[in-house]
Ligand binder design. Structure first.
Ligand code: ZN
Length: 336
């Protein structure tokens, strides 16, 4: 009897300990703290993964067609965006907490501050940056970094205004990032389908190529840089870049949940089988759809060609290395 009680106590204790143990940590390198109306008037629905990519009859206005696509979902399981900034934040932070996620969040500075105040252990502040009339100066970014208000320069969205990452206009920012050892995340890859017809008229498909990073990388060999959205669909260009510049990482961004799954799998599998699984980082590109985060995680967890170790690398270990987390921080993320 006493033995049975002892066994029960041991089992009960083990269960309690397991219940307290957080799930394995995840680092989301591509999170956003955005207003609820940043992608159009909410609520907006996304049917993802896309089955057929939305298309247009040339006589129709694309903003109207694409807008209707986001308002009238044709799938059984649409993700609906919340209608207030507060809900975007609370729903996202709830997922970060429940899934033990630490996220690099970028968006309007004010929102990033608010998110960080609400979840200081889960939000790493990023800086959403685009060249143009509203651009911050390198000095202003230096100040923000010195004050601890930003830890990552990204998401850099110059592709939307037709500017390559190696363009001289961006050069002072890369110099600053290299000098201060600020990790840089650059959007290279897909915007919304038909981006040049949705108000960003200088967006170009040709700027999907990661090879456009090459001159910038050679000018700044100590730069910590990651290619957001992994430069989809330019797989050959990406593999050439990763081969030639061993310090470069990628995140899986929006392609993880938006692309038809077979295409995402094929793209990721090429990167992994080419020998670069240690340089792929998880990123959800959560904009105003908090549910995207878990769909993105699921895409990594269910990818049939990944080993358990590769999944952990992509979901956590690679980003922990890229961000140079200390052993203490890593232990803390694991609940040790
Ligand atoms: Zn992006």
């Amino acid at each position: 009897m006493r033995t049975l009680i002892t066994v029960l106590i041991i089992e009960l204790t083990a269960t309690v300990i397991m219940a307290q143990q957080p799930p394995p940590p995840v680092i989301d390198m591509h999170l956003h703290a955005l207003p609820a109306n940043s992608q159009g008037p909410p609520p907006l629905a996304l049917c993802v993964p896309f089955r057929d990519i939305p298309m247009r009859d040339a006589k129709d206005e694309w903003p109207r067609v694409f807008g209707a696509f986001l308002k009238n979902p044709q799938c059984p399981d649409p993700m609906w965006s919340p209608t207030s900034d507060e809900e975007v934040m609370t729903q996202t932070l709830e997922i970060l907490k429940r899934r033990n996620i630490i996220g690099v969040a970028s968006g309007p500075l004010e929102l990033v501050r608010r998110w960080r105040a609400a979840a200081p252990d889960r939000v790493i502040p990023g800086l959403m940056f685009q060249l143009g009339p509203q651009q911050l100066s390198p000095d202003a970014i230096r100040d923000l970094h010195e004050r601890g208000e930003i830890a990552v320069l990204g998401e850099v969205t110059n592709q939307y205004i037709g500017i390559s990452p190696s363009d001289s206009a961006f050069e002072p920012y890369l110099a600053l990032a290299e000098q201060r050892d600020i990790p840089v995340g650059i959007h290279i890859g897909p915007g919304p389908p038909g981006a040049p017809y949705l108000g960003t008229d200088r967006y170009r498909a040709a700027l999907h190529s990661p090879l456009l990073l090459e001159e910038a990388l050679l000018r700044h060999p100590k730069l910590r840089l990651y290619v957001m959205h992994a430069g989809w669909p330019m797989i050959d260009d990406l593999l050439a870049l990763l081969w030639t510049h061993p310090q470069v990482y990628v995140d899986v961004g929006v392609i993880s949940y938006a692309l038809p799954r077979a295409e995402f799998d094929r793209f990721l599998q090429r990167i992994v089988e080419a020998g670069f699984s240690k340089r792929v980082m998880f990123g959800s590109d959560q904009m105003v759809w908090p549910a995207a985060i878990e769909r993105a995680i699921e895409a990594i967890e269910s990818a049939p060609f990944l080993t358990a170790a590769q999944r952990r690398d992509i979901l956590y270990n690679n980003a922990a290395r890229f961000l140079r987390f200390s052993d203490t921080e890593i232990a803390k993320h694991h609940g040790r």
